[in-house]
Design a protein around this ligand. Sequence first.
Ligand SMILES: [Zn+2]
Length: 457
Amino acid sequence: VIRADIVLRRVRPMGAELVDVAIVGGRIAALGARLAARGPELDGQGHALIPGLHDHHIHLLATAARAASVDLSGAVGEPDVVARLRGADGEGWLRAFGYDEAIAGLPDAAVLDRWCPDRPLRLQDRTGALWILNSLALARLGSGPWPDGVETCPVGRPTGRIWRLDGWLRERIGTDIPSLAELSRTLARSGVTGVTDAGPRNGPDEGLILASARASGDLRQRLMMMGREDLPPSPHYELGPLKLQYDERDPPPVDTIAGRIRVARAQGRGIAAHCVTVTELAIFLAALEAAGGARAGDRVEHGGLIPAAMIAPVAEQGLTVVSQPHFIAERGDRYLREVPSDEHGDLYRLGSLAATGIPLAGGSDAPYGGIDPWTSIAAAVSRRTRGGATIGHDEALPALSALSLWLGAPGDPGGASRRIQAGAAADLCLLDRPLAAALGSLADVQVAATIIDGAMV
Ligand SMILES: [Zn+2]
């Protein structure tokens, strides 16, 4: 009899035959019908057991900061702003974003004191260029002299308005590092057991913050971190590709980018490039060529627009495309208005890439995209916008391929079943229905249980 940490009874791994699964020490110890195992049991009722989902492109700190902030965009008048601010949970610093001057003029500290008297508040305007602090927040700034950008009254005291001084503010009040615990729980509720942080500016600071979140247990998901050349390795995350992201209106010379690629190679790292536009993709392909070509695992992030003529070069380089199928749902109606109609077929391609043998993976891009993987998987099948239009009907994936975007390593089609075998890490997701039913109604799927490293989360 196996003494197990968890025994999953009556589950169907990837929809296969009914088995019990015994989990010991973070691994799948045994699978079999009516397994002789003792331990805390969970009855799977014959539903599907799949590998835990992996969000291949997310911005953890920005997502957590958003969630811990008050969104003032679309507020209707001052009473609405006040209601949103006072309705915020928690204590200590309150952060608000999305404030539009059209709502109630340009406030100063005195106005914010009326809106929010009992917590230090910093409010960012819609453009992101202006922060306004209430008196409790100003008190934490210390004393002058004040740099340009801190507006002062005639007697030299700050009014609360601070223009374009993000870095200085961070130094004065510290980074308000958001807790990742709630975000981690949200991800777990959708069956996500692993994430890849795609921050292009991830360096030693971000590495330390996320490593600490893993070590403390706030962040339960396994973590891969992309980032800059100076992002250090850590026992708490897997060091991911060097992330390339440029302003396409003013990109660096191809040789400069190729130089960064060579540095990453020397570090034994892959490359992931932000490629929403055709220009960005063309620059990446040119830089790869200049640096001696791509290697397996190098990634095109987004692939927002891939003209038919560029599919073959992407395939020849062996690049993986990490897509956001849900952007078709969330932003599709805007794409249809703003993208020239002869390019609609190039938007967030999936089917034509898969047919050419290009490995695909999915990521939320939260907070810029919705965080729920099931919505994304459903959108990869339907290709429907919120308004009900269809974009790139031929680019739709079969439901199982769409699900696979979120399972395991891209380009490893057998990976899903191998991850539910004796000896494999126990990162698992139990659905609330059989696999066929799940694939038939992806948007309705609920996750019955999520297990990370052998523990229920
Ligand atoms: Zn991103």
